[in-house]
Write a protein that binds this ligand. Structure first.
Ligand code: ATP
Ligand code: MG
Length: 386
């Protein structure tokens, strides 16, 4: 029945002179997300109209629009001319077969249209009451079927009853590029999603410890990355071999320093890779106090090896239950809970340091060939494009 979809955006309104830049980026991202679907794409004031699509593609389009950062809401609409008869016919179509209460909500951007908004709502409402033989009655407070009539300046009116929530946030790419440290756990995919939503395009970096962690653990991270790639407009997943570093730490450093020093290596490698690939920030899924490696002292220790980039931790103040809720919503939870080993669970010390002292950590680490270890990891890094 519907012959168009109106797409609305939100924060871009606040962008003043840069608004065009953000709008173009959102337009490109929308086009990408609808690749392979035949449709027309019309930019309008503060919104876009998608039209001329095959009705059988509507479900695909709706599903794609839900995954484009920057889209605030969207509505399947009937597009008609600014003509009261055409508008009424559209209202009748939207309400066909309905029984219950309704309300007409008119927005008249075209101020030359007669009558005014209240007048249009009243006129259409009266005709519905007459024509629907008592099946529909008016409820202005809590109608079961609110019908919106949006009369635009360019001669077109949109009639619709449904407003679907999008991701909101900012268009991907508008906030630069970052490198996300992704494990197979619950938190890092949610952190990735939160940052993508704010407009940062992500690359992913995963450390695995073959043969201590197997193919299934790697596949799990590929599956998680695939879920994230939909929001990110494709994604680069870098897989780094962490085994030699872990074995060296295990051999040469006191057991309780294992995780602390591992984290420092992860951050150093992340920074080198970021600088090599033009990433402007490192992102982790850390949440304050969640585990021993996420106390403020542990974060100080891993943070201190990063020299040139900011480390963003979008989940730092999130509770686990809230993180789980988002992971279910974005479809990563069921993959994250699959029981495969992560490199951090290999060589896990019985009593990891909870409050490492930075100076002591540096002394303990002295025995390692830090530069050589990092270089070998970077040389052997694998890129998987998703
Ligand atoms: P997650 O649920 O994301 O695995 P976590 O609660 O298990 O997090 P940690 O194991 O302390 O916490 O990891 C903290 C962060 O370090 C992760 O969110 C992720 O950003 C990064 N990280 C942990 N393991 C890896 C890994 N194998 N590869 C890349 N990054 C990792
Ligand atoms: Mg983990």
């Amino acid at each position: 029945m519907y012959n168009g979809i109106i797409v609305r955006y939100c924060e871009i309104h606040l962008k003043g002179k840069n608004r065009g830049y953000f709008e173009n980026m959102l337009k490109d991202n929308l086009r990408d997300s609808l690749k392979g679907i035949n449709c027309k794409f019309v930019p309008m004031r503060s919104r876009y109209l998608i039209s001329d699509y095959d009705e059988s593609d509507l479900v695909r389009i709706v599903s794609a629009l839900k995954k484009v950062a920057g889209v605030h809401t969207f509505s399947p609409v009937l597009v008609v001319n600014n003509d009261i008869e055409e508008i009424y016919n559209a209202v009748k179509m939207v309400l066909a077969d309905k029984k219950g209460t309704f309300k007409i909500i008119t927005n008249r951007a075209d101020k030359t249209f007669y009558p005014d908004s209240m007048g249009v709502s009243r006129l259409l409402g009266e005709r519905v009451l007459n024509d629907f033989n008592g099946k529909l009655s008016v409820d202005v407070i809590e109608p079961e079927f609110p019908i919106s009539v949006d009369i635009r300046e360019d001669g077109k009116t949109f009639v619709y009853s449904q407003t679907i929530k999008g991701m909101s946030g900012m268009p991907v790419g508008s906030a630069g590029r970052g490198l996300m440290l992704i494990s197979g756990g619950i938190d890092s995919p949610v952190a990735a999603y939160s940052i993508i939503k704010r407009g940062m395009k992500l690359d992913l970096l995963h450390f695995h410890s073959f043969p201590y962690t197997g193919e299934a653990a790697k596949q799990k991270v590929i599956d998680l990355s695939e879920k994230l790639s939909v929001f990110n407009g494709g994604i680069n997943l870098y897989v780094a071999k962490f085994t030699e570093i872990q074995e060296e730490i295990h051999k040469k450093c006191p057991e309780e320093y294992m995780i602390t020093i591992m984290r420092r290596f992860m951050m150093r490698i992340a920074e080198r890779l970021s600088l090599r690939n033009g990433c402007q920030a490192i992102i982790t899924g850390e949440s304050l106090g969640q585990v021993a490696s996420q106390t403020v002292e542990s974060i100080t220790s891993s943070n201190s090896v990063v020299e040139r980039l900011p480390v963003l931790r979008p989940l730092i103040a999130f509770d686990k239950l809230d993180i789980i809720e988002i992971s279910k919503k974005i479809g990563t939870y069921d993959i994250s809970v699959l029981p495969f080993e992560d490199c951090c669970t290999v060589f896990l010390p019985k009593f990891p340091l909870i409050k490492p002292d930075l100076e002591k950590v540096k002394r303990v680490e002295c025995v390692l060939d830090v530069e050589g270890l990092i270089k070998r990891v970077l040389d052997g890094i694998e890129l998987i494009k998703l």
